[in-house]
Design a protein around this ligand. Sequence first.
Ligand SMILES: Cc1ncc(COP(=O)(O)O)c(C=O)c1O
Length: 478
Amino acid sequence: MDSEAARTRLTFYARAVQQTRALAASQTKFLLEESQLPRRWYNIRSDMPRAPPRVLHPGTGKPVGPDDLAPLFPMELIGQEVSEEAEIAIPEEVLEIYRLWRPTPLYRASRLEAAIGTRSRIFYKYEGVSPPGSHKPNTAVAQAFYNKQEGRTRLSTETGAGQWGSALAFACKLIGLECKVYMVRVSYEQKPFRRSLIEAWAAEVVSSPSEDTQSGRAIREEHPDSPGSLGIAISEAVEDAAGRDDTAYSLGSVLNHVLLHQTVIGQEALAQMELADAFPDVVIGCVGGGSNFAGLAFPFMREKIAGREIDVLACEPAACPTLTRGLFAYDFGDTSKLTPLVAMHTLGHDFVPAPIHAGGLRYHGVAPLISQLVRDGLIRAEAYLQNDVFASAVLFAGSEGILPAPEAAHAIHGTLQVAKAADQAGEERTILFNLSGHGHFDMAAYDNYFAGKLEDVALDEDEMSRALHAIEGLPSPA
Ligand SMILES: Cc1ncc(COP(=O)(O)O)c(C=O)c1O
């Protein structure tokens, strides 16, 4: 090729790249084809600089083995819980159900950017398009599938916000399993239509603490007005499953395999950011047990661990500040001490968070994988008050249109803080956050906010010290 032809070709190429970039800059939604759905889950354990401490049997203090977990979980999930393989294939039957709503859209939040006058670019991955309205079915479908495959006919679970309970009810209905949901009392009362949705998918739902289990009855006797908590509801669901051969327990967050299943979110987002000709400087998510945050962040952390600079921010409520103020310690996953001991950031297993409206973030612990990454300085965390979070939610709804779940609104609030700090420093950031669910069943919370009735609760120092007494005497992580 002579040099003139080469120059012409290069000019054409440069123009095409510029056009693609200009198009991407003015585009709102970045969509993938169904055929681009990830076919593997990403397992961050294979890349972590330091492995999390082993899970311990509370009786013996020794690491738990598959036989200890078999009464509660199918073998395939137990295998995934301890796997160090970098990638795990998603079964075709699970992909088939994922296709009902996946791949989910990635949006450029141009209207939000304009509303706050930021120089930064803001993107969000929207998981609220699933039938139950959040990221939760990404793991619910997988868990129901493996349980059915291994012969279980019934699942028991807890739910905080009602999002997880409805996701598991949905998955069980489509896959053909019975389902019982222990719904944290305060959410049971705040969200009657989440209950109806759970029942529409043919699951049974009771208010927790309930009369149906020994753990529930004991807590009701001691604290008749208990608003319930995820820790209490987990005790009830574990007890239910441990007492019946036909039933397995299913957890909506915290465990390694749950976080693994959520990584379809971040893998899609990586491809979609490429379509947008962008890469995030900051990745943000809200954290209850940690599954939606991990789902978005872990595939980006793979790049971070490999040397790319990314600020990864976890957002939590000031009423339940597990990562920002909790201890990294061995603790039980539930209130009645029925689960194995896991090393994680915790506020103590009998801590009952104030009844704030982000019910899905009212958990005393956080996923061990996230806790270890925070401990190693790869993830940072911030805690926010609920009136500030709702103000950001309303600002978002007024610019982008979507009314967020109160949990997801923590990630929006975190995003606005990062954009503001960047503007003040005269910097420009590319921010990506996870909009983990919509808030259509959370209207009572919005009503309270509009009526000025939301209390700002930051966890009291005395209550925190009291609750942390519960872990005295338990083993310490190395
Ligand atoms: C919409 C939404 N986002 C986030 C969460 C928090 O859970 P996780 O930290 O496991 O994503 C919940 C929990 O119920 C939820 O419903």
